[in-house]
Design a protein around this ligand. Structure first.
Ligand code: S3P
Length: 450
């Protein structure tokens, strides 16, 4: 499938985005371990998350889908049954790494497989600490890549310091910790998304934190079944937020979106680049904050993204690189070497596509430097099988002269089914649903900068 994109007319629109991907994966797994039925509203029915749903089904969990974004997960008090065959994680790194943690705590043997892209991604980051806890994990691919053969059971809690900041690895260890003897503590070099910890608290699993960057889970606990509503995914909203921010007088409201502050660093960057950005948390009842974000576009200026900010906007870096070429001056992204081991080497993919569209880009080991404002021209660009690359370049197309074609765009279904429908609204002025300006009625939350 190809996406064909033309320059956007004036943006003035109000949208919602589908459920948060990271939270959807975790909610299904934790609900499945709970002691009863949990209804999950706002679930993201994307390819990645459906791999987690099907994996939990293959482990003996009954999961009903009364609606596309509603699941009823019948928790079985941590009892899982051996899968009849290998578990297919598709292209989803989150599915494979979280399940590695979960399966490390089971007494049966299982095998996790992925598609060609996932089969190239490093798994030593979960294998090493889970082995330290007592699991037996064999990576069948070269250099510790999938498939993974896992024989777990009788784990002991450990105190582990992550060498790389990773929400996935932290979560894998916390899930394994639930099945381990004693306590499992994970220290992270820089704070990453904390949805596992938040959901543990919501499902009444006891955890402890020792300041920022250290979390402990106590073993042998059963999550208490509860219903939960997953907020919209700010990483999906990011594409539209950048589009509105980069168009002078562009205006966008995103409602019902997750505003967990381990995920909102993008807003701070857009603010510093010169856009007007407001966020208002409207609901924290279920512990994951949700609310409204409003962005008004201004001529943007270049910025530096580095250090502590990077793990908190790791998935937003492709679209922020696009924001960089639309801004005045230089935008530098550093300390982002993790981008090289995402769904594709995102540093190389961004540099390649930006150059194809006429921008000046320097690729570094751990990031990129882009020079703006670049007069982008429409071109055929590749998705590299990576959903975030495909979506970032669809947005670049909204600012380019002529037509942009994003090839192999079906990968967008991994995180954002329905992206193409919203994209049509952005390119078709008649369909633009004029948003009600709400600036003025918000209490802006200060956005942290590095
Ligand atoms: C995720 C963590 C991040 C992110 C991925 C989802 C998660 O990966 O890139 O899309 O749900 O924990 P890392 O933990 O590998 O940085």
């Amino acid at each position: 499938m190809e996406l064909r994109i033309k320059r956007a007319p004036r943006i003035d629109i109000e949208i919602t985005v589908p459920g948060d991907k990271s939270i959807s994966h975790r909610a299904v797994i934790i609900a499945a371990l709970s002691n009863g039925a949990c209804t999950l509203h706002g679930f993201l029915p994307s390819d990645d998350c459906m791999h987690t749903v099907n994996a939990m089904r293959s482990l003996g969990i009954k999961i009903e889908e009364p609606q596309r974004d509603t699941l009823i997960v019948h928790g079985k008090k941590r009892v899982l049954t051996p899968p009849k065959k290998e578990i297919d994680c598709g292209n989803s790194g989150t599915t494979m790494r979280l399940l590695a943690g979960l399966l490390a705590g089971q007494t049966f043997e299982s095998r996790l497989v992925g598609d060609a892209g996932l089969s190239r991604r490093p798994m030593d980051r979960v294998i090493a600490p889970l082995s330290k806890m007592g699991a037996n994990i064999l990576a069948e691919g070269p250099e510790q890549t999938p498939p993974l053969r896992i024989r777990g059971g009788s784990l002991r809690g450990i105190h582990h310091r992550l060498p790389i900041a990773s929400g996935q690895v932290k979560s894998a260890l916390l899930l394994a910790g639930l099945f381990a003897k004693g306590r499992t503590t994970v220290d992270e070099p820089l704070p990453t998304r904390n949805h596992t910890e938040v959901l543990f608290n919501y499902f009444l699993v006891r955890t402890a934190t020792d300041g920022e960057g250290s979390v402990t889970v106590f073993g042998d606990q059963v999550p208490e079944s509860r219903d939960f509503t997953i907020p919209g995914d700010i990483s999906s909203a990011a594409f539209w937020l950048v589009a509105a921010a980069a168009q002078p007088r562009g205006h966008l409201l995103v409602r019902e979106v997750g505003l967990n502050d381990t995920r909102t660093a993008l807003l701070g960057v857009l603010l510093r680049m010169g856009a007007q950005v407001r966020e208002a948390i409207e609901d924290v009842d279920q512990l994951e904050p949700r609310g409204v974000v409003e962005v008004t576009g201004f001529p943007l200026k270049g910025t530096v993204i580095q250090g502590r900010e990077v793990p908190q906007l790791i998935d937003e870096l492709p679209i922020l690189a696009v924001a960089g070429v639309l801004a005045n001056g230089k935008t530098i992204i550093r300390h982002a070497q993790e981008l090289r081991v995402k769904e594709t080497d995102r540093i190389a993919a961004i540099a390649h596509n930006l150059r194809t569209m006429g921008a000046q880009v320097t690729e570094t080991n751990d990031g990129l430097e882009v020079h703006g404002p670049a007069p982008l021209h429409g071109a055929r660009v590749a998705s590299f099988g990576d959903h975030r690359i495909a979506m970032a370049f669809a947005i670049a197309g909204l600012f380019a002269e002529g037509e942009t074609i994003v090839q192999d765009a079906e990968c967008i279904r991994q995180s954002y089914p329905g992206f193409g429908i919203v994209l049509n609204e952005f390119t078709n002025p008649k369909r633009m649903q004029i948003s009600t300006p709400v600036i003025g009625s918000f209490t802006p939350t200060p956005v942290k900068e590095t």
